[in-house]
Design a protein around this ligand. Structure first.
Ligand code: ADP
Ligand code: MG
Length: 708
């Protein structure tokens, strides 16, 4: 019985997985052989697509989509807003006899022309044309969502400036492939033709009841709670309640899996997060751009499926103060197109030397570009998380584990010894001790941890696109690999091993300050990191100037990932986004404070006051100190609350009126507006603990976190 059911679910999974994706299997089956071959060549080798090939692909794709019930197509893209955008067009074309034909041309597949003027461009619009265009990214398969054929695309201005997150990501993958191939050739690799970066992003999220959500303007407008006292029970027991929660959440998860599988997203859901109502979804890794597309899809589908269950999926980095926030663990590695993971330590000395070169390239890249990596994960929402208890600190460091650190130390001291077995070991001459996969421990406090065969960048926020973190990682690693290749390419074959040894020694010597295996949450680390000269960019506003730091602009320009102009526009976009986010939060707070919280407090004080009056009217000698003390305490707090409302209004007006210098304005929003929001919240949260629950106008933390 159970055996047969197992088979059944296996069968349905097989037919469900990728059923809405125009993937390799579909292409192989449906495209004419020559077309398939030509398209594969384009996909695998990054060659230019022949328009004639596109014409055939478009027609086959259209027929497939129509069979699946699609009526529209869209160029699906990822503008700088961090979410995806789409403009739907029907397949229908009118004919002269008043009928319609269903059309989809190669031109429509390859190129779209959405109006670029309503997407953030950070000043690019002023200098360039408003028109933008989307270009088919054939390395990420098309799929059907809501009866619409979605074609993954890159989004550029008409003059070619990237207006999205995908263009630099694709360019960075090219850059890394080119430089990594140079290094691989030096190590005698003759089989690989490309190197891809692979990513598996683990996604955290909260689920709360839709009714509670609808009653909270802060969640609706900002994605996080701007008020809310600590509930009596938080996450201290680390018990993550199931009980009644279980049925609804597991029904949600099952449906989520199904929906994601249809889209070819290889999700395996888990529900083991520490905070109440918090969950995690982990996919199986894929190439960086597909992983990025899939993560965007996963976020979208999670929100949609939650609604079907009367739930709302919160993707904000810190929906609830005092409770763990949500992040994304960006698991990243490099792999050859014939399947060799370059961050997998090998068994032979030769493999080990190559592994150490790639590993040390990452170490050097992360040290030299720590500020750049930091800003790639900087968002206003993530400011609540980085440096808080559950998330890595804002200081970038690398965790390597004791064994690898020991090997690097030996290299620094002039050649590694095979552990305690003795015997001089020259890289590429003798063998390194085999590194068991889980020799790396479960250090959870490091922002950039080596986990056996990949690095895990844990700083990225839960609502952010992973594109930014990955195009920065790809590009900085490409740069160090290019430096390594430049140097090793000039060396005679007989000197190769010793030059590799020297090179590794130098990297360890110069960059070991970035390696830290201890507790990243401790205060000692902050002090120690400062001594080591590591940047501590605590907030988004402090991190953003790294985008226009000369060395960072130079590395992006050198590898043709982003031009200087594109970097400068992104600097502006990030600052503007910060200002807008805090502005919306402050306005939402004011609205809730003035129109919900203060009126409720006044109503309750009226009730207390009338109770005092009624008791006094009886003429009895009754102790009314409880009532009068409560009235006095609440009234005092209410007065302070009212003053803080006025002060926030004044500060916000002033900050909003600042013009000219966007950076200065962002600083004002952080140092003044945001700080005053904290003062206002403190009063309200105290009031919440004093006012009759019946009067409190919004669901409490306890309601939201424990009532699903
Ligand atoms: P955990 O971190 O929870 O212990 P795993 O280590 O099994 O879980 O994997 C975490 C994520 O890392 C998964 O999404 C997995 O697909 C991804 N991953 C595994 N190997 C690689 C790799 N070579 N490149 C990129 N991501 C990888
Ligand atoms: Mg992990």
């Amino acid at each position: 019985m159970s055996h047969c059911c197992k088979n059944e679910s296996k069968m349905s999974l097989n037919t469900v997985f990728g059923s809405n994706v125009f993937n390799d299997a579909v292409m192989r089956e449906r495209l004419p052989k020559a077309t398939y071959k030509a398209l594969k060549k384009t996909i695998d080798e990054g060659l230019e697509l022949d328009p004639a090939v596109a014409e055939v692909v478009a027609s086959v794709m259209k027929d497939w989509a129509l069979e699946k019930g699609a009526t529209h197509f869209t160029h699906w893209f990822q503008p700088m807003t961090g979410i995806t955008a789409e403009k739907h067009d029907a397949f229908i074309s009118p004919t002269s006899d008043g009928k319609v034909i269903l059309e989809f041309s190669g031109k429509e597949l390859i190129k779209g022309e959405p109006d670029a003027s309503s997407f953030p461009s950070g000043g690019l619009r002023a200098t360039f044309e408003a028109r933008g265009y989307t270009a088919w990214d054939c390395t990420s398969p098309a799929f059907i969502k809501d009866d619409t054929l979605c074609i993954p695309t890159a989004f550029c201005s008409y003059t070619g400036e990237a207006l999205d997150k995908k263009t630099p990501l694709l360019r960075s993958m090219e850059a890394l492939s080119k430089q990594a191939m140079r290094v691989l050739k030096l190590f005698g690799n003759t089989t690989a033709t490309r190197v891809v970066t692979t990513v598996g992003p683990e996604q955290e999220y909260f689920l709360i009841d839709k009714e509670m959500y609808d009653a909270r303007k802060d969640l609706i407008f900002t994605g996080r709670t701007l008020f809310g006292a600590k509930p009596p029970k938080g996450q201290e027991l680390e018990d993550h309640y199931f009980g009644t929660i279980k049925e609804r959440v597991s029904a949600f998860m099952k449906e989520l899996d199904q929906e994601l599988w249809k889209l070819g997203v290889s999700a395996k859901t888990k529900h083991n997060e520490v905070a109440p109502a918090q969950h995690e979804l982990a996919p199986i890794f894929s190439t960086t751009n597909i992983a990025t597309d899939h993560n965007q899809l996963a976020m979208e589908v999670m929100q949609k499926v939650a609604l079907r269950h009367g739930l709302v999926c919160l993707l904000h980095e810190k929906p609830f103060a005092g409770v763990n926030g949500s992040g994304k663990h960006n698991n990243w590695s490099m792999s050859t197109n014939d399947g060799q993971n370059l961050l997998d330590p090998g068994y032979t000395p030769h493999e080990n030397a190559q592994f150490l070169v790639f590993l040390c390239a990452v170490v050097k890249a992360v040290d030299e570009y720590a500020d750049f990596l930091r800003v790639s994960a900087a968002t206003p929402g993530n400011d609540h998380r980085l440096g808080a208890n559950e998330a890595p600190p804002a200081i970038i460091s690398i965790f390597l584990g004791d064994q690898l650190t020991d090997i690097l130390e030996q290299i620094e001291n002039g050649g590694a010894n095979a552990s305690k077995q003795g015997g001089e070991l020259k890289i590429g001459v003798s063998t390194l001790p085999a590194l068991p996969k889980d020799s790396t421990d479960r250090n959870r406090t490091s922002p950039f941890a080596f986990t056996g065969n990949k690095f895990e960048f844990r700083m990225v926020g839960s609502s952010a696109s992973i594109a930014g973190a990955n195009f920065v990682t790809n590009t900085i690693v490409a740069e160090i690999l290019s430096q390594i290749a430049d140097r090793l390419e000039t060396v005679k074959a007989e000197d190769f091993d010793s030059e590799v040894q020297k090179l590794l020694q130098e990297i360890v010597k110069n960059h070991k300050r970035i390696i830290f295996n201890g507790n990243g949450y401790s205060n000692d680390w902050v002090v120690e990191a400062e001594k080591r000269g590591l940047p501590n960019l605590r907030s988004t506003v402090e991190a953003i100037p790294a985008i226009i730091a000369e060395k960072n602009k130079a590395v992006m320009e050198k590898h043709s990932v982003l031009s200087r102009v594109e970097m400068e526009s992104r600097y502006e976009i990030n600052l503007e986004n910060y200002i807008k986010t805090i502005n919306i939060e402050a306005l939402t707070m004011l609205e809730m404070a003035k129109r919900q919280i203060l009126p409720a407090v006044i109503k309750f004080t009226t009730e207390v006051a009338s109770s005092i009056n009624s008791i006094q009217a009886t003429g009895l000698n009754v102790d009314i100190s409880a009532q009068s003390e409560l009235l006095s305490e609440i009234s005092t707090l209410a007065a302070s609350f009212k003053k803080n409302i006025a002060k926030l209004e004044e500060i916000l007006d002033k900050a909003s009126d600042m013009h000219g210098d966007t950076f200065k304005q962002a600083c004002a929003f952080k140092d003044e507006v945001f700080a005053q929001m904290g003062a206002l919240r403190a009063d309200a949260d105290k009031l919440e603990t004093l006012v009759d629950a019946e009067y409190w106008p919004i669901p409490t933390y306890g309601d939201m976190l424990f009532n699903v």
